[in-house]
Ligand binder design. Structure first.
Ligand SMILES: Cc1cc2nc3c(=O)[nH]c(=O)nc-3n(C[C@H](O)[C@H](O)[C@H](O)COP(=O)(O)OP(=O)(O)OC[C@H]3O[C@@H](n4cnc5c(N)ncnc54)[C@H](O)[C@@H]3O)c2cc1C
Ligand SMILES: NC(=O)c1ccc[n+]([C@@H]2O[C@H](COP(=O)([O-])OP(=O)(O)OC[C@H]3O[C@@H](n4cnc5c(N)ncnc54)[C@H](OP(=O)(O)O)[C@@H]3O)[C@@H](O)[C@H]2O)c1
Length: 442
């Protein structure tokens, strides 16, 4: 039986679940996983909140998948730049693109280009030590911060801005980021949603954590939790929203404490403008009312004074050269994982670049199973013309790419864990490409 040579582009959860799906198929295979970073695990390393160490332990499952003798990791290789899709295809029978959603949804309102307005993506990447963001400089002298959006990313950002040094010390947030956040002037964090508590995108466990912060009080207007008849009817069929409402009610009823920080949860406020001349000085909102679940603007307007605004309104996929792209959804158009109208044959997609930026880590497992199912049903359409990974690696190296192998990654991991041990934390991450590559012998 021939060995199916597969390249996976992106060593995040979706890419790695493809290995699992192939293992279950009992078909002989060789999988090479490429990532543009020198490190694997995608958003598990660079997105999942650093204080969610229980979640980060999923790394050990992904590590076992990479350790399979039929699997190789090649990091620091940008597919589309260091090697084209067409050239990559020469070396493989099939390619699965699992490159995630690496940008963010814009929010174009008046004042959006004022200094002080950022994407949550930037802060998340920075506090996780992602090399694309780790050198960003932040001015945390703002006392009042607005976060636009009420998904779990917005909750992560609010929580991490509110944590004390001792709370952050138990995470794997890099030390310079802990220092910057723990000494911030932030006192009031406003988490602003355009719809109501029944429609909020966050989930109850994440919400509940806000009530467990050491030096932070959650503030919710009781009136915002009075539900209209339509919202009550919607709630009756929505288990997720019922759990959220129960937590919101408990948070609203919690005794008032004297705390350093407050997280104010606002509903029914649509972003209207960012106010300011040289920098943001306020967030302008228009009150909404719900019509068939949609936020419809009213005549009531207001402002929240602030000098820092994070939009947390969703991530967004970026195109891969030589592959089609649906710019409105930020995905590679596909049918059950098979790329539609691909100029390069035998190309599949999975994860956030396939279905858009929603779903938890585990949601990528059935998604990748579907893609692998489609690929196996299609069979090998055009076999690799150069079925030789070493040849490909030498071509990349000749172009000056320092390909990071699996053993290189283990050297980085060991260095990070050793540095972390000294600080009594899981790891102290290397946060620039240079620092990551410095861990390796040349
Ligand atoms: C801030 C944040 C926090 C989250 N927290 C949680 C949580 O606590 N629990 C939970 O269950 N889910 C969480 N999620 C959701 C979860 O992270 C996603 O469902 C999951 O990571 C999506 O997997 P993916 O493989 O599609 O994308 P990604 O994880 O983004 O992986 C994509 C990979 O592709 C690589 N890549 C991109 N372009 C290229 C290229 N051109 N060439 C080579 N490689 C490339 C990237 O470097 C990356 O490693 C969170 C998401 C975010 C944004
Ligand atoms: N701990 C965890 O499990 C965890 C942590 C982080 C992320 N994740 C997952 O990762 C995925 C992405 O999370 P996310 O928070 O980025 O996205 P999300 O869950 O889709 O939330 C996006 C938020 O932005 C709002 N929004 C979108 N466009 C807007 C606009 N133009 N104006 C105002 N508000 C706008 C949405 O409001 P509307 O609802 O009104 O559109 C929603 O509140 C989710 O599936 C999430 O569950 C999980």
């Amino acid at each position: 039986m021939t060995v199916w040579r597969i390249a996976i582009v992106g060593a995040g959860p979706a890419g790695l679940y493809c290995i699992d799906a192939m293992k279950k198929r009992g078909i002989p295979f060789q999988i090479d996983v490429f990532d543009r970073l020198p490190t694997p695990y995608g958003l598990l390393r660079g997105g999942v909140a650093p204080d969610h160490q229980k979640m980060k332990r999923l790394e050990s499952f992904y590590e076992k998948l990479l350790a399979d003798e039929r699997v190789n990791f090649y990091g620091n290789v940008v597919v589309g730049t260091d090697i084209s899709m067409q050239t990559l295809k020469n070396y493989y029978d099939s390619i699965v693109v699992a490159c995630g959603a690496e940008s963010d949804k814009p929010l174009v309102i008046p004042g959006h280009d004022l200094p002080g307005h950022y994407a949550a993506t930037q802060l998340v990447g920075w506090y996780n030590g992602h090399p694309d963001y780790s050198e960003l400089k932040w001015d945390f002298s703002a006392e009042s911060v607005v976060i636009i959006g009420q998904g779990n990313v917005a909750i992560d950002v609010a929580r991490l801005l509110a944590k004390t040094r001792s709370e952050l010390a138990q995470s794997d947030m890099p030390e310079p980021m802990i220092d910057a956040l723990a000494t911030s002037a932030i006192r009031d964090i406003h988490l602003v949603g355009r719809r109501g508590p029944v429609q909020a995108a966050f989930t109850h466990m994440e919400l509940q954590e806000l009530g467990e912060l050491a030096d932070c009080q959650v503030v919710i207007k009781p009136d915002d939790l009075k539900l209209s008849a339509a919202c009550q009817a919607e709630l009756a069929d929505n288990r997720k929203a019922q759990k959220n409402i129960a937590v919101l009610e408990a948070l609203a009823a919690a005794p008032v404490r004297e705390t350093k920080t407050r997280i104010h949860i606002h509903f029914f406020k649509n972003p209207r403008e960012l106010v300011g001349t040289d920098a943001v000085t306020a967030f302008g909102w228009t009150q909404t009312q719900l019509v068939d679940g949609r936020a419809v603007l009213t005549d009531i307007q207001g402002e929240i004074p602030c000098s820092m605004v994070f939009r947390s309104v969703g991530y967004r996929g970026v195109p891969v050269p030589q592959l089609p792209f649906d710019a409105s959804r930020g995905v590679i158009p596909n049918t059950a994982g098979r790329v539609d109208e691909a100029s390069v044959p035998g190309v599949y997609v999975t994860g956030w670049i396939k279905r858009g930026p929603t779903g938890v880590l585990g949601s990528n497992k059935p998604d990748s199973e579907e893609t692998i199912g489609t690929m196996v049903d299609d069979g090998i359409q055009e076999p690799a013309v150069i079925p030789d990974t070493q040849h490909l690696v030498s071509v990349l190296e000749a172009k000056g790419v320092r390909v990071v192998t699996e053993s290189d990654w283990y050297a980085i991991k060991a260095a990070e864990e050793a540095a972390g041990q000294v600080l009594n934390k899981p790891r102290e991450k290397k946060i620039t490409r240079a620092d990551l590559l410095d861990c390796l012998s040349s």
